[in-house]
Design a protein around this ligand. Structure first.
Ligand SMILES: Nc1nc2c(ncn2[C@@H]2O[C@H](COP(=O)(O)OP(=O)(O)OP(=O)(O)O)[C@@H](O)[C@H]2O)c(=O)[nH]1
Length: 335
């Protein structure tokens, strides 16, 4: 939005200077096209501030003004080099106003309008020649360069945004999804099962056993390496489309969308057996995990589902650890 205020102010000042210069040279028809932007853009901005015009519509309105001013200016005065200066500026103005995707359409149409204006120029000016073809093509090439620059900027921005999203969603130590985004995914998966109950969803709450002792006896760094190896093993074992979430500390949540209880139990059993293998040598004693496995019951809340998984995991802890506890009362398996 700040661009809009700066852009309208600069555009208005530049257009008023052009208007003054055109008037001094007695070119009244050119002066009219210079007056279009200062006459329309500030009121549009004012209506937008008051809320009478939606911001998106006001921005499209500004883009339209720029397009009309440029094509109109080209028809009226394309035999002066000064107008060519604006042609490379146009793609950047559109990108700032409308975002990259929409701007490209506007750029194409406006440049086509300018090319048509160049071609028709002699018709409107009794055979008078427009500015040399070489200069005109150079200004179009300069517009091409500014499109490439804006595209490059857009790409870099996309890479940076993806990087930030990853940083915000994935735990730096284990690479597992973090709690918040993980619970959002869980909510989405549950909603999907609510719509299509036959698809099913199982969740496993996995907690490493006696992790505090690993930290105390082998050191915090060893504890970290255990977490890294366990997470890597879990990720390597689950299917594409399953999710691994680090709920906190040494507690992980696994989501198995579309998997029945038998399948999820088999998978959890493999994971449980894999943990001591991948952590051999990292800790003086074998690393094991207790797992609470449950199936989502359509209509229940995230809290109810995770609460049940937690109770089952706790049952696994209290009945000897290194084991899986699962629902005894799940509906008959669809598998
Ligand atoms: N090294 C390391 N330790 C962590 C991290 N996050 C949490 N912890 C430790 O994990 C330990 C968890 O201990 P408890 O909650 O008592 O659980 P536990 O020792 O596994 O006992 P049970 O769950 O009953 O088997 C605490 O000592 C935390 O300091 C981490 O990122 N790295």
């Amino acid at each position: 939005m700040r661009f809009l205020y700066v852009g309208v102010t600069l555009g208005t000042i530049a257009s008023l200077i052009m208007f003054y210069v055109d008037l001094r040279h007695g070119q009244h028809d050119w002066a009219l096209s210079s007056l279009l932007f200062p006459a329309c853009a500030p009121p549009l901005l004012y209506w937008m501030r008051r809320g009478s015009v939606a911001a998106g519509k006001a921005q499209s309105g500004m883009a339209l003004l720029i397009a009309i001013a440029l094509v109109g200016g080209a028809l009226a005065s394309l035999n002066t080099e000064i107008l060519l200066v604006w042609i490379p500026v146009l793609p950047l103005a559109f990108v700032f106003l409308l975002g990259h995707a929409r701007a490209m359409g506007w750029v194409v149409w406006t440049l086509m309008g300018v090319i048509v204006a160049y071609t028709l120029f002699p018709l409107f000016h009794r055979g008078e020649a427009p500015v040399s073809l070489l200069l005109f093509v150079i200004s179009l090439l300069a517009a091409g360069v500014s499109i490439l620059l804006s595209w490059q900027h857009h790409r870099e921005l996309g890479v940076y945004q993806r990087y930030l999203r990853t940083q915000a969603s994935y735990d730096a130590l284990t690479g597992a999804m973090m709690r918040e985004p993980g619970l959002e995914v869980l909510g989405r998966q549950m909603a999907q099962v609510d719509r299509r109950p036959e698809s099913g969803l199982c969740v496993a709450l996995l907690d490493l056993d006696d992790f505090k002792r690993i930290n105390d006896e082998d050191g915090h760094l060893a504890g970290d390496r255990v977490l890294v190896e366990v997470a890597a093993a879990l990720r390597g074992q689950i299917r594409q489309g399953d999710y691994l979430v680090r709920l906190g500390g040494e507690e992980f949540l696994l989501l198995f969308p579309g998997m029945g209880t038998d399948g999820a139990h088999g998978m959890s059993e493999q994971l449980r057996a894999r943990i001591p293998e991948v952590t051999t040598g990292l800790s003086a004693r074998p690393v094991t995990a207790s797992i609470g496995l449950t199936r989502y019951r359509p209509g229940e809340s995230v809290g109810q589902l995770l609460g049940r998984a937690d109770e089952l995991m706790y049952a696994a802890k209290t009945t000897g650890k290194n084991r899986i506890c699962h629902d005894g009362d799940v509906p008959p398996d669809a598998d």
